[in-house]
Design a protein around this ligand. Structure first.
Ligand SMILES: Nc1ncnc2c1ncn2[C@@H]1O[C@H](COP(=O)(O)OP(=O)(O)OP(=O)(O)O)[C@@H](O)[C@H]1O
Ligand SMILES: [Mg+2]
Length: 340
């Protein structure tokens, strides 16, 4: 898996300075701010898969929702092929942007309409986005099912979602996303509701699509093992911020941030494609305003960690937000590289 962060080609997707705070209402008293995303910056190139990995509540889906324009960030920018996505008019964005950026959700059953057959789910986007004519739309739908490995396609096309297995439903959801020939596929926990034996099949399918179609992918997962399988680069999120990011092999083989190490240890505990990192108990954390937010859980916490929030440091092709590593000094590329 190669690191393309140094690629001279402009990125397909560039995200910078993205922040989002929610105000969670309390029954009594004032609302409490929840920083869901904080100063997130990364890029995804064509034909590249980037994984956003983090435990529950780390802000993964909020980032996805911002990218899909379902949520507006407090600040930051999202550029698709250099175009400022957040400035697009809503209507224009909804059709042309939706064509370019497609989503696959965690729950394929919930995202498919149980009253309609598979054909309906594929024919609609094909026609709506001008990807087929009425004359060839059935053939195109069959082609899509073959692309995602649902054979015999002629049989699957007339089935309804409840007549499919979970893995087959997820393949239909992927086929629907592919119908509009997107540039970027955002997959939010696409395998976490599937049987372990089927997860690998779906990840293999996504890997093939990435290579064959030069699809850019953003894989959102709490499972570092899935990320390792599919992604060229991994960004580790903790409390809405990227604490470590870099080429997958490097990050998995020698994790730098103590949180990345904890995630990897949880895979070792639960087997290759184990899913949960939630046993890293977030209740143990204190509200910490000045220091590193990970300090209360960090086995390596030093005095400075309680007092000062660490900046990003460069470690080769990686960047890590941790006091364990020397500061990058005045090297301006330290921030530039935050585009990952
Ligand atoms: N509409 C909202 N109003 C208030 N708080 C919200 C809202 N949406 C998300 N949050 C909070 O923002 C934080 C990040 O949520 P998000 O759904 O992005 O996490 P996640 O990493 O996708 O978690 P999971 O793995 O459980 O899906 C959480 O603390 C969540 O409670
Ligand atoms: Mg989520």
């Amino acid at each position: 898996m190669s690191d393309t962060s140094q690629s001279p080609k402009p990125a397909l997707l560039e995200v910078g300075g993205l922040s989002k705070t929610f105000f969670a209402r309390r029954i009594f008293g004032s609302s409490r701010p929840v920083v869901a995303v904080e100063d997130v910056q990364f890029a995804v190139h064509r034909g590249e898969a980037v994984a956003l990995v983090g435990e529950s509540g780390s802000g993964k889906s909020t980032i996805a929702r911002i990218l899909l324009r379902l949520e507006h960030p407090d600040c930051g920018r999202v550029l698709l092929d250099g175009q400022d996505v957040l400035a697009l008019e809503p209507k224009r964005a909804s059709l042309s942007y939706r064509r370019r950026v497609q989503m696959v959700f965690q729950d394929p059953f919930g995202s498919l309409n149980r009253t309609h057959d598979v054909a309906h789910h594929l024919v609609r986007p094909l026609l709506r986005h001008g990807r087929a004519t009425k004359a060839d739309v059935d053939d195109r739908a069959i082609d899509l099912l073959r692309t995602v490995g649902l054979e015999p396609a002629e049989e699957f096309i007339s089935r309804r979602p409840y007549e499919l297995s979970g893995g087959q439903r997820q393949r239909v959801a992927i086929a629907r996303a592919l119908a509009v020939d997107p540039d970027l596929l955002i997959a939010d926990e696409p395998t976490s509701m599937l049987d372990v034996s089927i997860r690998m099949d779906i990840l293999t399918l996504l890997t093939r699509l990435k290579t064959e179609r030069r699809l850019a992918m953003l894989l959102i997962t709490h499972d570092l093992a899935s990320a390792r399988y599919l992604a060229d680069r991994v960004l580790v999120l903790f409390r809405g911020r990227i604490v470590e990011g870099g080429p997958t092999d490097e990050l998995v083989e020698s994790p730098a941030h103590p949180y990345t190490r904890a995630l990897l240890a949880s895979i070792a505990d639960e087997g290759e494609l184990g899913t949960s990192t939630d046993h890293v108990d977030s209740e143990l954390e204190d509200e910490q305003s000045r220091g590193c937010p990970f300090a209360p859980r960090c086995p390596d916490a030093m005095d400075v960690c309680w007092k000062t929030d660490p900046s990003y440091r460069k470690l080769g092709a990686r960047r890590v937000r941790c006091h364990l590593y020397p500061e990058s000094g005045s090297d301006p590329s330290a921030n530039a590289d935050r585009k990952e």
